[in-house]
Design a protein around this ligand. Structure first.
Ligand SMILES: [Zn+2]
Length: 438
């Protein structure tokens, strides 16, 4: 089950407040989703996530299907029961990791960004040797090969065994996990591909999107994903064609034009009838392009996406990214930024990011952020946190994660209030100014 409604729209910007309902509860948007790659948001217990105010978390299909395996998780009652998280879960299709691993190191870095993997390095050592992911047994580069049917790939996780992921299997895995919001399988291109290559990839991903819709056997929500690189015309065409795929009857009734222009969509669009997408993700951003370009493409996409469906910007981002993209009409975000940074001693605060290992904090009796009401800031000094990080004590990562996730969730809460009280633009200006000047 899934339903979504907009409760307030900002007068001056495209920012909006909304609400979606899943079988595991209701979520207010805009929302930030902590990343729980291996069936855990690293360093956090579910009760602690609830206490922080997390409403929905993300699970990585790629990792969970390989280890311990989606069939095992299904046998044990699904991902919610397995990891003791009672709230909604969104899962990716696994495609991003599959495609990233078969390419060069910059893409392996993208892989690392997309899931909350090992800390301490930008790229996990055993994933990279000579600039590319390698087979752990043979040290040969692993690869992925795309066909019409799906993608053949190897993984370093199981020593380079051969796998085959199809749109149908991506849905089967996500349904076995019991995901509340599933994502279609799409081809993920690295940044900088030319227009012809981007177009041929778009055609394939559109065919796969249709196959994903047909493969769905549950009432779980399914989101389409908009690709098209940095080519605005392709992005627009992609959206138009996704809408046609999602609702052939709408195309016949000539409603698509209105929906594309954000004017209206027919009541049929609200039904979770196995035909429609329940929301739309913007993919292929935050892959190495300048921030302004990312904002511009996100802005362009939300101009054409239907107003009555949630919009999810995948893998984004920093606090600044959240504000910029909420202003441009995005509703949902996920990113490993707060959790991974916490484990590498970077604390995110209203007055800029802090390196907790810096010697200047040796005698610092202040909390990380005097404006923060989290458990860490209420009870611990920077001197103590620095000591924990310097000694590689687990509690350092735990306290840092509590603070960073609290920062993100509190930021989202403040953004919601600002939209509600029609002062979003002012809030954004003040927040960015403070972060930039410290
Ligand atoms: Zn704090």
């Amino acid at each position: 089950m899934f339903s979504f409604s907009i409760t307030k729209t900002c007068k001056d910007t495209k920012a909006r407040l909304g609400k979606f309902t899943t079988a595991h509860g209701e979520v207010i948007t805009p929302v930030f989703m902590p990343v729980g790659t291996q069936g855990t948001v690293k360093a956090m217990l579910p009760e602690e996530l609830i206490e922080l105010g997390a409403e929905i978390i993300l699970g990585n299909t790629y990792h969970l299907s390989l280890r311990p395996g989606h069939e095992t998780i299904k046998k044990l009652g699904g991902l919610h029961k397995f990891m003791n998280w009672k709230g909604p879960i969104l899962t990716d299709s696994g495609g991003f990791q599959v495609f990233s691993l078969g390419r060069e190191q910059k893409c392996v870095r993208a892989f690392v960004r997309s899931c909350d993997g090992p800390e301490k390095t930008n790229a996990p050592r055993h994933y990279c040797l000579g600039g590319q992911a390698t087979n752990q047994r043979t040290n040969e580069p692993i690869s992925s090969k795309v066909t019409e049917e799906g993608v053949h790939f190897q993984t370093p996780i199981d020593g380079g065994l051969k796998h085959f992921l199809t749109p149908e299997l991506a849905i089967e895995i996500q349904e076995a996990l019991g995901s509340d919001i599933m994502m279609v399988l799409d081809e993920c291109l690295p940044h900088g591909e030319n227009e012809a290559r981007t177009r041929s990839s778009m055609e394939l991903s559109l065919r796969w999107a249709e196959r994903c819709l047909k493969a769905r056997t549950s009432q779980n929500a399914l989101f389409g994903i908009v690709q098209g690189g940095m080519y605005k015309e392709l992005r627009k065409e992609y959206i138009e064609r996704l809408l046609v795929i999602a609702s052939p009857e709408r195309a016949k009734q000539s409603h698509v034009v209105n929906c594309v222009q954000g004017i209206a969509s027919p009541p049929a669009a609200d039904r979770n009838d196995g035909v429609n997408f329940n929301g739309y993700a913007i993919g292929g951003l935050s892959v190495g392009e300048p921030n302004e370009l990312m904002y511009d493409i996100a802005d362009h996409c939300t101009d054409f996406l239907p107003k009555d469906k949630p919009r999810y910007l995948m893998g984004v981002g920093t606090p600044e990214d959240l504000l910029e993209c909420i202003e441009r009409g995005v509703d949902m975000f996920d990113c490993v930024w707060p959790t991974r940074n916490a484990r590498t001693a970077t604390l995110i605060t209203t007055s800029g990011d802090i390196n907790a290992k810096n010697a200047k904090h040796k005698d610092d009796a202040n909390p990380p952020d005097s404006a923060c009401a989290c458990y860490t800031c209420r009870n611990y000094s920077m001197a103590y946190l620095r000591h924990m990080y310097m000694c590689n004590e687990i509690v350092g990562s735990r306290l840092g994660t509590i603070h960073n996730l609290h920062f993100y969730i509190d930021l989202i809460r403040n953004i919601r209030s600002a939209i509600e009280e029609e002062r979003f633009a002012e809030f954004k200006r003040e927040f960015l100014k403070r972060r930039a000047t410290c």
